[in-house]
Ligand binder design. Sequence first.
Ligand code: ZN
Length: 178
Amino acid sequence: MFLTIKETARSRFKLLQFNAELMAQFSRPPTINVGGGQKFMTGLLISGNDVLVAASGSNNRRIEATANLKGYILCPEIRTSAGHFSRVGAAIPTLDYESTHRDGASQPGACAAPRLIEHAFTIPRIKNNWRNWEMSEIFYQPNTARRTRDDLFWVHGLSAPHCATCDSLIALLMCTRP
Ligand SMILES: [Zn+2]
């Protein structure tokens, strides 16, 4: 069984605040040339008093600074060599994990959502509170000149749907089968 993690007004607003602060951090000197590095998904997960944040791609010191400022736990990048476990602690074979990759979508574990979920599983008080998780994902790309797509899904500051890989990967991570 796969239970969807709910998005709430609270998780969404906290992530909007995080992204606003992130923009402020990016604009501080030395200013980083606005390139491909400023195009990623951000994600936030609330569990009790804990708030986890994650971004797709590489964590950089602007994201670290923003997480520190907010007192949020920044999720590390997922190592492909590390083992993967579902919510009930079942080991996910590497082949199963990798087979969630869908054509045209991200590599498994590259996005913000699986990073949040897998890191949440490593902290018992957060893992055990999974029924009460609140999660949001918002796209970050302030430079409109660098947009590569012309649809309404990937717009700076707006919620974005999971990619096709995450759809199957999140189901695998949250699976209750031992
Ligand atoms: Zn994804």
